[in-house]
Design a protein around this ligand. Structure first.
Ligand SMILES: [Zn+2]
Length: 307
Protein backbone atom coordinates (compact mmCIF):
# COMPACT_ATOMS: atom_id res chain seq x y z
CA UNK A 1 0.00 0.00 0.00
CA UNK A 2 1.40 3.33 -0.97
CA UNK A 3 1.37 6.14 1.49
CA UNK A 4 1.27 9.85 0.92
CA UNK A 5 4.37 10.45 3.01
CA UNK A 6 6.78 12.82 1.39
CA UNK A 7 4.38 14.25 -1.14
CA UNK A 8 4.56 17.80 0.07
CA UNK A 9 5.19 19.06 -3.41
CA UNK A 10 1.94 17.65 -4.68
CA UNK A 11 -0.37 20.44 -3.62
CA UNK A 12 0.18 22.92 -6.42
CA UNK A 13 -2.74 22.40 -8.71
CA UNK A 14 -5.15 21.61 -5.93
CA UNK A 15 -4.86 25.25 -5.01
CA UNK A 16 -5.26 26.19 -8.64
CA UNK A 17 -8.43 24.15 -8.97
CA UNK A 18 -9.83 25.72 -5.83
CA UNK A 19 -9.63 29.28 -7.10
CA UNK A 20 -12.89 31.19 -7.16
CA UNK A 21 -13.34 30.97 -10.88
CA UNK A 22 -15.76 28.20 -11.88
CA UNK A 23 -13.79 25.14 -12.95
CA UNK A 24 -15.23 25.03 -16.44
CA UNK A 25 -14.11 28.61 -16.98
CA UNK A 26 -10.39 28.83 -17.44
CA UNK A 27 -8.26 30.90 -15.12
CA UNK A 28 -5.72 32.08 -17.68
CA UNK A 29 -3.44 33.51 -15.02
CA UNK A 30 -2.79 30.05 -13.63
CA UNK A 31 -1.09 28.61 -16.68
CA UNK A 32 1.92 30.83 -16.95
CA UNK A 33 4.07 30.52 -20.02
CA UNK A 34 3.22 27.39 -21.94
CA UNK A 35 5.88 25.47 -23.80
CA UNK A 36 5.32 26.37 -27.40
CA UNK A 37 5.60 23.03 -29.08
CA UNK A 38 2.55 20.80 -28.69
CA UNK A 39 2.31 18.77 -31.88
CA UNK A 40 4.56 16.66 -34.05
CA UNK A 41 5.21 18.32 -37.39
CA UNK A 42 2.93 16.91 -40.03
CA UNK A 43 3.01 18.90 -43.24
CA UNK A 44 0.15 16.92 -44.71
CA UNK A 45 -2.17 18.28 -42.04
CA UNK A 46 -2.28 21.77 -43.47
CA UNK A 47 -2.97 20.37 -46.92
CA UNK A 48 -5.83 18.15 -45.87
CA UNK A 49 -9.13 18.89 -47.51
CA UNK A 50 -12.05 19.61 -45.23
CA UNK A 51 -14.05 16.62 -44.12
CA UNK A 52 -17.15 15.79 -46.08
CA UNK A 53 -20.15 17.26 -44.37
CA UNK A 54 -20.99 14.99 -41.53
CA UNK A 55 -24.50 13.78 -41.17
CA UNK A 56 -25.73 14.22 -37.65
CA UNK A 57 -26.61 11.01 -35.93
CA UNK A 58 -28.88 10.56 -32.99
CA UNK A 59 -26.07 11.46 -30.64
CA UNK A 60 -25.30 14.86 -32.13
CA UNK A 61 -27.43 17.98 -32.48
CA UNK A 62 -28.21 18.86 -36.11
CA UNK A 63 -25.51 20.77 -37.99
CA UNK A 64 -27.83 23.60 -39.03
CA UNK A 65 -29.02 24.07 -35.45
CA UNK A 66 -25.44 24.55 -34.27
CA UNK A 67 -24.65 26.95 -37.11
CA UNK A 68 -27.76 28.98 -36.33
CA UNK A 69 -26.96 29.18 -32.66
CA UNK A 70 -23.22 29.94 -32.82
CA UNK A 71 -22.57 31.19 -36.35
CA UNK A 72 -22.77 34.88 -35.48
CA UNK A 73 -20.68 34.81 -32.31
CA UNK A 74 -17.27 36.47 -32.26
CA UNK A 75 -14.46 34.83 -30.29
CA UNK A 76 -12.29 36.89 -27.93
CA UNK A 77 -9.67 34.24 -27.21
CA UNK A 78 -7.43 32.00 -29.32
CA UNK A 79 -4.95 29.60 -27.82
CA UNK A 80 -4.34 26.71 -25.45
CA UNK A 81 -6.73 27.48 -22.60
CA UNK A 82 -10.06 28.92 -23.77
CA UNK A 83 -13.14 29.12 -21.57
CA UNK A 84 -15.36 26.04 -21.62
CA UNK A 85 -12.30 23.82 -21.81
CA UNK A 86 -10.40 21.85 -19.20
CA UNK A 87 -6.66 22.04 -18.55
CA UNK A 88 -6.95 20.90 -14.94
CA UNK A 89 -9.77 19.40 -12.89
CA UNK A 90 -11.04 19.95 -9.34
CA UNK A 91 -9.62 17.62 -6.71
CA UNK A 92 -12.33 18.06 -4.12
CA UNK A 93 -13.67 14.52 -3.88
CA UNK A 94 -12.19 11.33 -2.50
CA UNK A 95 -11.89 9.99 -6.05
CA UNK A 96 -10.11 13.02 -7.46
CA UNK A 97 -7.93 13.79 -4.45
CA UNK A 98 -4.30 13.08 -5.36
CA UNK A 99 -5.37 12.14 -8.86
CA UNK A 100 -4.07 13.22 -12.25
CA UNK A 101 -4.82 12.33 -15.86
CA UNK A 102 -2.46 11.07 -18.50
CA UNK A 103 -3.60 11.79 -22.05
CA UNK A 104 -1.80 10.56 -25.15
CA UNK A 105 -2.61 11.74 -28.67
CA UNK A 106 -2.42 9.96 -31.99
CA UNK A 107 -2.29 12.75 -34.55
CA UNK A 108 -3.27 12.68 -38.15
CA UNK A 109 -0.06 11.39 -39.64
CA UNK A 110 0.58 7.75 -40.33
CA UNK A 111 3.95 7.73 -38.58
CA UNK A 112 3.03 4.82 -36.38
CA UNK A 113 2.12 3.33 -33.07
CA UNK A 114 4.31 3.51 -29.96
CA UNK A 115 3.91 -0.06 -28.81
CA UNK A 116 6.55 0.27 -26.12
CA UNK A 117 4.64 3.14 -24.50
CA UNK A 118 1.26 1.41 -24.63
CA UNK A 119 2.78 -1.84 -23.33
CA UNK A 120 4.24 -0.05 -20.30
CA UNK A 121 0.87 1.45 -19.46
CA UNK A 122 -0.71 -1.99 -19.74
CA UNK A 123 1.95 -3.75 -17.72
CA UNK A 124 1.70 -1.25 -14.91
CA UNK A 125 -2.08 -0.93 -15.25
CA UNK A 126 -1.89 2.83 -15.65
CA UNK A 127 -5.21 4.14 -17.03
CA UNK A 128 -5.13 6.87 -19.64
CA UNK A 129 -7.27 8.77 -22.10
CA UNK A 130 -6.18 8.39 -25.72
CA UNK A 131 -7.13 11.14 -28.17
CA UNK A 132 -7.28 9.60 -31.62
CA UNK A 133 -7.52 11.36 -34.95
CA UNK A 134 -9.75 9.77 -37.56
CA UNK A 135 -7.01 9.38 -40.15
CA UNK A 136 -4.76 7.67 -37.61
CA UNK A 137 -7.61 5.37 -36.61
CA UNK A 138 -8.38 4.39 -40.16
CA UNK A 139 -4.73 3.69 -40.98
CA UNK A 140 -4.15 1.79 -37.71
CA UNK A 141 -7.52 0.12 -37.46
CA UNK A 142 -6.45 -3.04 -35.61
CA UNK A 143 -4.45 -1.02 -33.10
CA UNK A 144 -7.39 1.31 -32.63
CA UNK A 145 -9.76 -1.57 -31.99
CA UNK A 146 -7.36 -3.15 -29.50
CA UNK A 147 -7.07 0.11 -27.57
CA UNK A 148 -10.80 0.71 -27.69
CA UNK A 149 -11.50 -2.77 -26.32
CA UNK A 150 -9.08 -2.33 -23.42
CA UNK A 151 -10.93 -1.05 -20.31
CA UNK A 152 -7.69 0.57 -19.17
CA UNK A 153 -8.13 3.18 -21.88
CA UNK A 154 -10.75 5.73 -22.74
CA UNK A 155 -10.91 7.03 -26.32
CA UNK A 156 -11.26 10.73 -26.99
CA UNK A 157 -11.85 12.54 -30.27
CA UNK A 158 -8.72 14.13 -31.80
CA UNK A 159 -10.55 15.40 -34.81
CA UNK A 160 -11.42 14.44 -38.33
CA UNK A 161 -8.65 16.32 -40.15
CA UNK A 162 -6.58 17.34 -37.11
CA UNK A 163 -7.23 21.04 -37.51
CA UNK A 164 -6.96 23.81 -34.91
CA UNK A 165 -10.51 24.63 -33.83
CA UNK A 166 -11.33 28.17 -34.93
CA UNK A 167 -14.56 29.84 -36.06
CA UNK A 168 -12.56 32.47 -37.96
CA UNK A 169 -9.74 30.68 -39.76
CA UNK A 170 -6.96 31.17 -37.21
CA UNK A 171 -3.92 28.91 -37.52
CA UNK A 172 -1.36 27.42 -35.17
CA UNK A 173 2.22 26.34 -35.98
CA UNK A 174 1.43 27.02 -39.62
CA UNK A 175 -1.50 24.61 -39.63
CA UNK A 176 -4.68 26.23 -40.90
CA UNK A 177 -7.61 26.05 -38.54
CA UNK A 178 -11.24 25.55 -39.33
CA UNK A 179 -12.77 28.63 -40.93
CA UNK A 180 -16.24 28.85 -39.41
CA UNK A 181 -18.76 27.11 -37.17
CA UNK A 182 -19.75 24.70 -39.94
CA UNK A 183 -16.16 23.49 -40.24
CA UNK A 184 -15.84 23.26 -36.46
CA UNK A 185 -18.91 21.06 -36.47
CA UNK A 186 -17.48 18.85 -39.21
CA UNK A 187 -14.09 18.55 -37.51
CA UNK A 188 -15.81 17.21 -34.39
CA UNK A 189 -18.66 15.32 -36.03
CA UNK A 190 -16.64 13.42 -38.62
CA UNK A 191 -14.66 11.36 -36.12
CA UNK A 192 -17.59 11.23 -33.69
CA UNK A 193 -19.86 9.77 -36.35
CA UNK A 194 -17.18 7.34 -37.55
CA UNK A 195 -16.76 5.97 -34.01
CA UNK A 196 -20.49 5.93 -33.39
CA UNK A 197 -21.31 4.21 -36.67
CA UNK A 198 -18.56 1.61 -36.56
CA UNK A 199 -18.27 0.93 -32.84
CA UNK A 200 -21.33 2.42 -31.13
CA UNK A 201 -18.89 4.61 -29.23
CA UNK A 202 -19.67 8.26 -28.46
CA UNK A 203 -16.59 10.20 -27.39
CA UNK A 204 -17.14 12.66 -24.56
CA UNK A 205 -13.89 14.60 -24.92
CA UNK A 206 -12.30 16.45 -27.80
CA UNK A 207 -8.78 17.75 -28.25
CA UNK A 208 -8.23 19.88 -31.32
CA UNK A 209 -5.20 19.44 -33.55
CA UNK A 210 -2.35 21.55 -32.06
CA UNK A 211 -4.49 21.93 -28.89
CA UNK A 212 -5.60 25.37 -30.09
CA UNK A 213 -9.19 26.57 -29.97
CA UNK A 214 -11.18 29.75 -29.59
CA UNK A 215 -13.89 30.28 -27.02
CA UNK A 216 -16.77 29.96 -29.49
CA UNK A 217 -15.47 26.65 -30.82
CA UNK A 218 -15.29 25.31 -27.28
CA UNK A 219 -18.96 26.19 -26.81
CA UNK A 220 -19.84 24.43 -30.05
CA UNK A 221 -18.00 21.32 -28.94
CA UNK A 222 -19.69 21.43 -25.56
CA UNK A 223 -23.11 21.78 -27.17
CA UNK A 224 -22.23 18.67 -29.21
CA UNK A 225 -21.57 16.73 -26.01
CA UNK A 226 -17.77 16.81 -26.08
CA UNK A 227 -15.74 18.87 -23.65
CA UNK A 228 -12.56 20.34 -25.08
CA UNK A 229 -9.65 19.07 -23.00
CA UNK A 230 -6.27 20.79 -23.17
CA UNK A 231 -3.46 20.16 -20.66
CA UNK A 232 -1.48 21.54 -17.74
CA UNK A 233 1.76 19.66 -18.47
CA UNK A 234 3.30 19.37 -21.93
CA UNK A 235 4.86 15.94 -21.50
CA UNK A 236 6.89 15.40 -24.66
CA UNK A 237 6.92 18.64 -26.68
CA UNK A 238 5.21 17.08 -29.66
CA UNK A 239 7.24 13.86 -29.28
CA UNK A 240 10.44 15.83 -29.87
CA UNK A 241 11.73 15.79 -26.28
CA UNK A 242 14.62 13.67 -25.06
CA UNK A 243 13.94 10.89 -22.59
CA UNK A 244 15.30 13.03 -19.79
CA UNK A 245 13.15 16.00 -20.79
CA UNK A 246 10.08 13.76 -20.86
CA UNK A 247 11.01 12.42 -17.44
CA UNK A 248 11.42 15.94 -16.05
CA UNK A 249 8.14 17.11 -17.57
CA UNK A 250 6.20 14.15 -16.18
CA UNK A 251 7.53 14.95 -12.73
CA UNK A 252 5.75 18.33 -13.01
CA UNK A 253 2.39 16.56 -12.86
CA UNK A 254 0.37 17.45 -9.78
CA UNK A 255 -3.07 16.45 -8.46
CA UNK A 256 -5.69 17.94 -10.75
CA UNK A 257 -3.24 18.04 -13.62
CA UNK A 258 -3.76 16.81 -17.17
CA UNK A 259 -0.63 15.70 -19.01
CA UNK A 260 -0.32 15.70 -22.80
CA UNK A 261 2.05 13.38 -24.69
CA UNK A 262 1.91 11.31 -27.88
CA UNK A 263 1.66 7.63 -28.75
CA UNK A 264 1.98 7.90 -32.53
CA UNK A 265 5.76 8.40 -32.63
CA UNK A 266 7.50 5.09 -31.95
CA UNK A 267 10.85 6.61 -32.95
CA UNK A 268 10.61 9.25 -30.23
CA UNK A 269 12.03 9.06 -26.72
CA UNK A 270 8.63 9.53 -25.11
CA UNK A 271 8.31 5.91 -23.95
CA UNK A 272 11.78 5.90 -22.41
CA UNK A 273 10.96 8.99 -20.39
CA UNK A 274 7.57 7.64 -19.35
CA UNK A 275 9.14 4.41 -18.12
CA UNK A 276 11.38 6.34 -15.77
CA UNK A 277 8.73 8.75 -14.59
CA UNK A 278 5.78 6.47 -13.83
CA UNK A 279 7.32 4.68 -10.83
CA UNK A 280 8.30 8.03 -9.33
CA UNK A 281 4.81 9.46 -9.70
CA UNK A 282 3.23 6.31 -8.29
CA UNK A 283 5.63 6.37 -5.34
CA UNK A 284 4.55 9.96 -4.68
CA UNK A 285 1.02 8.71 -4.19
CA UNK A 286 -0.40 10.07 -7.41
CA UNK A 287 -3.41 8.12 -8.72
CA UNK A 288 -4.13 8.07 -12.44
CA UNK A 289 -7.67 8.49 -13.71
CA UNK A 290 -9.34 8.62 -17.08
CA UNK A 291 -10.94 11.97 -17.89
CA UNK A 292 -14.40 10.46 -17.67
CA UNK A 293 -13.78 9.72 -14.00
CA UNK A 294 -12.93 13.28 -13.03
CA UNK A 295 -14.81 15.59 -15.39
CA UNK A 296 -18.56 16.20 -15.35
CA UNK A 297 -20.99 15.47 -18.14
CA UNK A 298 -21.37 18.28 -20.63
CA UNK A 299 -24.42 20.48 -20.62
CA UNK A 300 -25.52 23.40 -22.73
CA UNK A 301 -22.86 26.13 -22.64
CA UNK A 302 -25.46 28.35 -20.98
CA UNK A 303 -25.64 25.99 -18.00
CA UNK A 304 -23.04 24.94 -15.45
CA UNK A 305 -21.86 21.37 -15.91
CA UNK A 306 -23.43 18.49 -14.00
CA UNK A 307 -21.16 16.47 -11.78
ZN1 LIG B 1 -2.40 15.99 -32.51
Amino acid sequence: MLTLAGVGTLGGLTALAATKIAPWQTDHSAHGTDPAWIEPVDASTSLAPPAPTATATGTLPPRQEIISRYGTRTPHYWGLHPDSSWSTFPTDTSLTLNSACLTFDACSDSSGYDERLINRLREQQIPATLFVNQRWATTHRQKFESLMADPLFEIGNHGTNHRPLSVSGRSAYGIAGTKNVAEVYDEIAGMHTWMDTNYDLQPKFFRPGTAHADNVATQVSRAMGEWIVMFSVNGDAGATASANQVYQQFLQLRPGGILLAHFNRPGSETAAGVERALPVLVARGLHFRRLGEVLPATTSPEQPPRW
